[in-house]
Design a binder for this molecule. Structure first.
Ligand code: SF4
Length: 690
């Protein structure tokens, strides 16, 4: 194999960045021999990575050279969803795609919808050239809400932006609340810091409906019911007030709306919250005492808890806590949900929204793609969706309420183009399936949401087969559609440079592969929150101006546990440990570890239904049903089942996965999904064990 232009035939490992949707954003070192990547390791010089990768990505070469990798453009020859394709040349594919998009755009460009998310977190192969293309076209905009929208809005309306503690200082904390995070599985490098803190005497408490691998290793696990985190936070505030474990000076100088929040918290004695959360009163009072008296106290919040109706309010309540005790005064105190708001990303330069001119296209919410693909044109909705360009995403597997998503993708009058590495569930519905490069084959630049370093990803190998970068595909389509703006000629290195402009030293990135943002160790020790008031906003004028409650409150689930006798179990669907959403499901060695799709169910709930471990069970509600194997396990508390995801439908049981039963309803803030706000019933299959 020859090296592509710009790829140096280094014997030394090539510096890169992990592209996956994980807070750790590891620095990679790829060893290349004779043009072939033979090893991917963590960069020992990058402090957050410290030379260690998770199991998933340490097997990256297996994924890159996977025998089922798509190596050439394909055109559909069977019915939608059949996965039957014929090879086609790039030129023929791009000519036809451009012609069909142009014909639709001539009627109404908003009938074309991009669909993408975090298949890569790279700023260049993500929306770098794609956003320019769709803006110039005037296509519908996409609300990229499927993971973190409610929590993100919550941070913006409380702290002012997606900002928080520097992760490295968790190692110095005296108390760590791991709230809604299975860190061992999905934030591995943070867990290393927790262990350091533990060795130094820190107390570690896990708050999670599921008894995760992380919960196993904490001093205490509080297994609250899904969607009740806000009630717990209010009761903690109640106890902080009652015992005067408050930093009155910090409250007076650096917060807004304390009296109102105090009054609300006093409505939530631990007894009330204990009933709502399904936990013991003592767990709440003990936790409040720990939080009020151990300093510095740090909260690692994660996004699982905000995938419920009240997720935005709940995240707001948790984000208020450090200001009550003045935990922000210490570099090892405060909260971290996301650090991405610290990065000076120049989105306008990269995405070029100016190419829209005066047009203001409608916005499609990616969470409701099932419903939206089935909508007819109307004044309220706009044009029927006629074309969908999917990249960095696998909506047929990951979007909620699969029955509707599949029905939408199966529309014969929908023109679908999918840029992918593999024949995913979504790829099966493509009219054109275009082979995409992996992270080892292209340039990219990354910010992080779990630390504060920028990373550069250099290509280590030439594209495998006929794979092309996302940027290259959108450049080629732009050229065919006559988009003459010079920004469509920018190469990928230029796009990498444009992402942060002069705010980040690009020479350092070229030389070292990463650079650390210059930030204060304790960013809010003296207030200075990036809110309109400069304070931590318990009360948000901005939310009040939108007609919402300016003060956070407990907002019950759309489907609260115990509210429907037909569906008595609350289901959450956290990722299986060796998968990352639907990525890696087709990597055989990882799938072998996972075995089959599992539903964890507590002993009492299993007994009541005559279910034993290993039984195939049907999980169902009014939206649909899916099949999986039962694991009778203490990881599931009574009344809650854990449907581990996200299996590709075609690799699961009966061609189904967990999203058959999840709903398209939205969160209170951010229009996000409510994957963990889902009531079901579970029954053994008549056929019994397999
Ligand atoms: S998935 Fe996360 S832990 Fe694994 S290599 Fe990527 S960034 Fe690191």
């Amino acid at each position: 194999m020859t090296h592509a232009i710009g790829i140096s035939p280094l014997v030394e490992p090539v510096r890169g960045a992990c592209p996956h949707d994980c807070p750790d954003t590891c620095a990679l070192l790829t060893t290349v021999r004779d043009g072939r990547a033979v090893r991917v390791q963590g960069n020992p010089d990058h402090p957050p990575t410290d030379g260690v990768l998770c199991t998933k990505v340490s097997r990256y070469t297996e994924r890159t050279y996977h025998p089922e990798r798509i190596l050439q453009p394909l055109r559909r020859i069977g019915p939608k969803g059949s996965g039957r394709f014929e090879p086609v040349s790039w030129d023929d594919a791009l000519d036809d795609i451009a012609a069909r998009l142009a014909a639709i755009a001539a009627r109404d460009p908003e009938a074309i919808v991009p669909y993408s998310y975090a298949g890569t977190m790279g700023q260049v192969q993500g929306e770098g050239m794609a956003a320019r293309f769709f803006h110039r076209l005037g296509a519908s905009l996409l609300d990229r809400t499927i993971c973190a929208a409610a929590g993100s809005e919550a941070l913006v309306h409380t702290l002012g932006a997606k900002v928080g503690m520097k992760v490295e200082f968790f190692a110095e904390s005296a108390l760590i609340l791991i709230w809604g995070s299975n860190s061992i599985a999905s934030n591995l490098h943070f867990w290393r810091l927790v262990q350091e803190a533990k060795r130094a005497g820190a107390r570690v408490v896990c708050i999670d409906p599921r008894r995760t691998e992380t919960a196993d290793k904490c001093h205490e696990h509080i297994a609250l019911l899904p969607g009740t985190d806000g009630a717990l936070a209010l009761a903690l505030m109640h106890e902080l007030v009652r015992n005067d474990w408050l930093d009155h000076d910090y409250l007076a100088r650096h917060t807004l709306g304390w009296e109102a929040l105090r009054a609300r918290a006093l409505q939530w004695p631990p007894e009330r919250a204990a009933q709502v959360c399904g936990i013991a009163v003592q767990q709440i009072t003990d936790l409040a005492r720990d939080y009020g008296t151990r300093s510095p106290a740090a909260i690692r919040l994660n996004y699982g808890m905000q995938r419920v109706h009240g997720g935005g309010n709940a995240a707001r309540l948790v984000a208020c806590l450090p200001a009550l005790t003045g935990a922000w005064r210490h570099r090892a105190g405060g909260l971290l949900l996301s650090s991405s708001g610290h990065f000076p990303l120049d989105r306008a330069e990269l995405h070029r929204p100016d190419l829209l001119g005066t047009r203001r296209p409608r916005t499609i919410n990616m969470v409701t793609i099932g419903d939206d693909l089935l909508r007819e044109a109307s004044r309220e909705f706009g044009p029927k969706i006629e074309a969908l360009i999917v990249y960095n995403s696998n909506p047929v597997a990951v979007a909620p309420e699969s029955a509707k998503v599949v029905q939408g993708f199966a529309r014969e009058d929908l023109f679908t183009v999918v840029l992918e590495h593999f024949r995913t569930d979504t790829a099966d519905y493509a009219d054109y399936l275009l082979p995409a490069t992996t992270q080892l084959e292209h340039w990219d630049i990354h910010l992080a949401y779990g630390h504060t370093d920028v990373l550069l990803n250099r290509p280590a190998i030439a594209p495998v087969g006929q794979a092309r970068t996302n940027t290259d595909v959108f450049r080629a389509l732009a050229a065919r559609m006559g988009f003459a703006e010079t920004c469509f000629s920018d190469d990928d290195e230029t796009l990498c440079r444009a992402a942060f402009g002069f705010a980040v030293p690009f020479d350092e990135l070229l030389a070292k592969g990463f650079t650390t943002l210059a930030l204060p160790d304790a960013p809010f020790a003296n207030g200075g929150f990036p809110t309109p008031s400069g304070r931590c906003e318990f009360f948000s004028e901005r939310l009040a101006a939108m007609g919402l409650d300016g003060l956070p409150d407990h907002v019950p689930n759309h489907e609260p546990a115990g509210s429907d006798a037909r569906y008595p179990l609350a289901m959450i669907s956290p990722p299986a440990r060796n998968f990352l959403n639907s990525t890696f499901v087709n990597v055989q060695s990882l799938r072998d570890i996972e075995g089959e799709p599992l539903l964890e169910i507590g002993e009492a709930d299993a007994l009541a239904r005559g279910i034993s471990s290993g039984d195939v069970v049907r999980v169902f509600n009014d939206r649909g049903s899916y099949l999986c194997k039962a694991a009778v396990s203490p990881r599931a508390r009574t009344g809650v089942v854990n449907g581990l995801g996200i299996w590709w439908r075609k690799l699961g049981l009966g061609g189904t996965n967990v999203n058959e039963v999840t709903s398209q309803r939205l969160t209170d803030l951010g229009r996000g999904p409510v994957f963990y706000d889902c009531l079901v019933q579970v029954a053994p299959l008549a056929s019994g064990r397999t």
